[in-house]
Write a protein that binds this ligand. Structure first.
Ligand SMILES: Cc1cc2nc3c(=O)[nH]c(=O)nc-3n(C[C@H](O)[C@H](O)[C@H](O)COP(=O)(O)O)c2cc1C
Length: 192
């Protein structure tokens, strides 16, 4: 049986931060993340150089196993926001350690970010990047505007992974990769 949900406390406002944004960024940077590229369709009939758009995002995380839900967040200033907001599906591609060039392309490049990026299409016709460590094809289930970002919650319709690859890791503004500590963990998320 599910435990009863606790009653939320009476609403109180947060105090104003006692730090500046550089301090906040430095603190956040201590948290190591993977790196993803989230892809979707460009607007039909648009003058975009590619039929797809994609963006590098490290804000990906899991939300729920049943139903299978994940989240990521997108800056309100991002050019591609209306496309992700209005589209029915997107694919979250988890980058492997050898895909730093793809990470940088989808963060900074002007023009067609897909021209030099090998990909195949998902069932909903959205790019799955070849060589990605894992991919999640999501129905665009819900969106929550919070502060200067929109949190997207995706319902995963299909997903997959590559055996034996290592992830691209982002921490403190630098990129790296990882290996398991000897003798620690059972792997494949069974520790959670
Ligand atoms: C490692 C890394 C992680 C990033 N993560 C995010 C993220 O989670 N959300 C976001 O909105 N932008 C993130 N960015 C910045 C976007 O990739 C970048 O601003 C984006 O490509 C701009 O897209 P646009 O051309 O549609 O405006 C990240 C950039 C890097 C290098």
């Amino acid at each position: 049986m599910r435990p009863a949900r606790p009653t939320p406390p009476a609403h109180v406002r947060a105090q104003a931060p006692d730090f500046d944004s550089a301090h906040f960024r430095r603190s956040l940077g201590c948290f190591a993340t993977g790196v993803t590229v989230v892809t979707t369709h460009a607007a039909p009939g648009s003058t975009e150089s590619s039929p797809f758009v994609g963006i590098t995002a490290s804000s990906f995380n899991s939300v729920s196993l049943a139903p299978p839900l994940v989240l990521w967040s997108l800056d309100l200033q991002a050019n591609c926001l209306p496309l992700f907001h209005g589209g029915s599906h997107y694919v979250i591609n988890v980058l492997a350690e050898h895909q730093l060039d793809i990470c940088e392309r989808f963060a900074y490049a002007e023009g067609d970010r897909f021209a030099a990026t090998p990909y195949r299409l998902s069932a909903s016709g959205v790019p799955i990047i070849e060589g990605a460590l894992a991919w999640f094809e999501c129905h665009n289930r819900s969106r929550y505007e919070e502060g200067d970002h929109v949190i997207f919650v995706g319902e995963v319709e299909r997903c997959g992974w590559s055996e034996g690859g290592a992830p691209l890791i982002y921490q403190g503004g630098r990129f790296g990769t990882m290996g398991p500590l000897p003798g620690k963990g059972t792997g494949l998320g069974q520790d959670r």
